[in-house]
Design a protein around this ligand. Structure first.
Ligand SMILES: [Zn+2]
Length: 423
């Protein structure tokens, strides 16, 4: 199988045979509802996981929840609610959306707030090694101390600051040596949540949370690190700087894989722009399979634009897939699916080209219906149709999500007790 690696900017081969693939995907910051952009990202990695498993690999999958962050604190203050309750509420909401969309649950679902001790260890080591410094109760990573900073995003230094400032950086923080230095530990402000540390009460910076959760789960290196394309810089660039300088290894993740942004009404779908399409709203009108098929029809690296018309247009294809899976099989010569199977596999082998795989699946359904009409034996073709559909996360005529999806997410859900937010 081949995958595009953001770091090398090349399609590289990945041979997962008989291996356990360690995959880490950045999870949500739970301060609002799940939108279609989130669904596109997590369904992309779901198809990757399902395909790697089909190819014989075991996948050890970790997705995190950034349950302490500027966004959760700000939103909780605005709503006059407890930040933990807010985080639990939206994390549980996200998980229910993932269950409904039949997204395979990660094996590990760490919360940043469960990783504080490891985060403090990271910060201490980075200070000892000269990559970080304490200033006024906060700790910062000193970007100039690491000459490879920029190796992932390939962004020229003078453009980094502009982008970082749009994504949570405070360039004018007087405690920093350089405006691009990023925070590893921030000293407590007023009544914000805080934990004890060698530098006084405070809370972790955003980037260090993922480095620490990754390390706690997998150790020094992983195979694939994923996330939305908006995380390449600064989040993932900063994660590499933290992790390799903490571990002393040459690399952190062998492959960096990023899902493109989804647009709506001409803009990137985002809370700040207010152009969100909520997954829970779509699920009131559209069957999960039609959403999954619609998402699969977009290549994960190409930014695309959501339209209701396109989603509706795919409903007929979904019913045809079900019809084909259930069509009567005759006693004529068995239908041969080896070419179809090869085209489906080749598509996903080629940088997870799910649009070609989805088209192949729909053509296979057409062909099964024709062969069924001609009283040919389509039973083997139907078995392959069901198998291929399941790689794209589709359930066809089965009722609800897979058992392992319900059970796996259910276990994680137990750690997020929800209460009525009263708003
Ligand atoms: Zn992350």
């Amino acid at each position: 199988m081949k995958l595009y690696n953001t770091q090398s900017r090349q399609v590289e081969s990945l041979d997962p045979q008989d291996k356990t693939v360690r995959l880490y995907v950045c999870g949500i910051t739970p301060y609002d509802t799940t939108h279609l952009g989130h669904a596109a990202t997590y369904c992309t990695f779901d198809v990757l996981v399902r395909y790697l498993e089909y190819r014989g690999a075991a996948v050890n999958y970790c997705e995190n929840v950034t349950d302490i962050d500027d966004d959760t604190i700000r939103e909780a203050k605005k709503r006059g609610t407890d930040w933990r309750a807010l985080g639990n509420y939206w994390t549980a909401h996200f998980m229910r959306d993932m269950i409904a969309l039949n997204v395979r649950p990660p094996n590990h679902y760490p919360r940043a707030t469960e990783t504080i001790a490891e985060i403090i260890e990271f910060d201490k080591t980075l200070i000892e090694k000269g990559f970080a410094y304490e200033s006024g109760g906060s700790v910062y990573f000193h970007v100039n101390a690491y000459e490879k900073f920029g190796q992932l995003s390939h962004i020229p230094r003078d453009e980094m600051l502009t982008i970082a400032n749009e994504r949570g950086n405070f360039p004018d923080d007087p405690k920093k040596r350089d405006p691009l230095d990023f925070v590893l530990w921030q000293a407590q402000v007023e009544d914000e949540p805080a934990w004890d540390s060698p530098w006084g009460p405070g809370r972790p910076g955003w980037h260090i949370e993922c480095s620490a959760m990754n390390y706690k789960t997998f150790g020094p290196t992983i195979d694939i690190h994923g996330g939305g394309a908006d995380l390449v810089f600064p989040h993932h660039e900063c994660e590499i700087a933290q992790t390799v300088n903490f571990t002393g290894e040459d690399y952190f993740a062998r492959y960096w894989m990023h899902a493109a942004m989804v647009g709506y009404e001409g803009e990137k779908m985002s809370k700040s722009l207010g152009n969100l399409v909520m997954v829970s709203d779509l699920l009131k009108t559209f069957p999960p399979d039609s959403i999954r098929l619609y998402l699969a029809k977009h290549h994960y690296r190409q930014p695309w634009e959501f339209t209701f018309a396109d989603l509706e247009a795919g409903m007929a294809e979904c019913s045809e897939l079900v019809q084909a899976a259930c069509a009567p099989s005759g006693d004529g010569r068995p239908m041969d699916v080896s070419d179809s199977r090869e085209r489906f596999e080749n598509a996903l082998d080629d940088d997870l080209d799910s649009p070609v795989a989805a088209r192949e699946l729909c053509e296979l359904a057409d062909s099964i219906l024709e062969h069924s009409d001609a009283r040919r034996d389509v039973s083997e073709a139907q078995m392959w149709l069901r198998r291929a559909a399941s790689i794209l996360g589709l359930r066809l005529d089965a009722y609800g999500p897979e058992g392992r999806v319900r059970e796996g997410w259910g276990r994680h859900l137990n750690r997020f007790p929800t209460e009525d937010l009263g708003a």
